[in-house]
Design a protein around this ligand. Structure first.
Ligand SMILES: [Zn+2]
Length: 273
């Protein structure tokens, strides 16, 4: 039976230090175990897009698991967990923050794990030109893609608020154009393929941004708006569910709600959306 609605989950950090956009490794493992045990299919981004466009059917219980920014902890903790349960996820990379160097230890091995800064400390590291302390490396990204566990797409090259940097609309769009070209070209060079999937930084975009991003081949654009994704919906407005440091039962209820158009609509109406 084809899915009536497909929930898209949004994670940022999977790390021991607590934070608003951080899920602890054991909580993430509980979330993924629940997905696997409940029989969810974790889609690839292209299959999800094809389903939204009404071109393919996907199983009744389907979900898209996404991560924003591309933090080192995604490799250290999320990747081994996803692999263990045979699940698939998507990471939206800020391509300008990713560096080079050898693959670091992760929770799959017995070596000491790298220090994983808090979300705030990650921001600080990026601001001080020490992004490598906080973010993934291309070697780690290649490894995670090579076994099909995680695929990587764009979260722009610089993750800035162009509206705050440029009051003039045409200057703003020029800056965004430059950024999207860099992000697209970096993914093309590093991963040897095109990406059609873009996640907007800070959840900020307008129709001008969307049109421009489409010109760069980003046919699927992801927001931070909570809601239902139905076949035939506009793939430039993909809705996501922000995950929290909550038990697997909470996640199961979210998925149950957002894979039912009727329940999802009722729930969103109650929340005033
Ligand atoms: Zn972000």
């Amino acid at each position: 039976m084809n899915a009536k609605a497909v929930p898209v989950l949004m994670y940022h950090h999977v790390a021991p230090r607590p934070g608003l956009v951080t899920v602890k490794p054991q909580t993430f493992a509980a979330h993924m175990e629940r997905l696997a045990r409940a029989g969810y299919t974790t889609l690839t981004a292209d299959r999800f897009l094809a389903w939204m466009q009404g071109r393919v059917d996907v199983p009744h219980k389907s979900v898209l698991v996404t991560f924003d920014d591309g933090y080192l902890d995604n490799y250290v903790h999320a990747y081994p967990t996803l692999k263990r349960f045979g699940l698939h996820a998507v990471v939206f990379l800020v391509t300008g923050w990713i560096g080079d160097g050898p693959v670091r230890p992760n929770a799959d091995g017995n070596e000491d794990l790298p220090d994983l800064p808090s979300h705030k400390a990650c921001k600080q590291a990026i601001a001080e030109d020490r992004a490598d302390d906080a973010m993934l490396r291309w070697s780690e990204i290649e490894l995670m893609e090579s076994d099909g566990t995680i695929e990587f797409h764009s979260h722009t090259h610089t993750h800035v608020r162009w509206d705050e940097l440029h009051a003039n609309a045409s200057t703003r769009l020029d800056a965004l154009r430059h950024d999207l070209a860099q992000s697209r070209d970096t993914l093309r060079q590093r991963l040897g393929r095109e990406s059609r999937h873009l996640c907007w930084p800070w959840g900020h975009y307008d129709t001008g941004y969307q049109t421009l991003a489409r010109e760069f081949g980003f046919d699927a654009q992801y927001t931070v708006e909570r809601g239902l994704n139905l076949p035939g919906d506009d793939p430039l407005h993909i809705k996501r569910i922000d995950t929290k440091e909550r038990p697997a039962g909470w996640l199961a209820r979210q998925l149950f709600t957002y894979r039912s158009p009727r329940l999802g609509r009722t729930y969103l109406a109650l929340r005033g959306r």
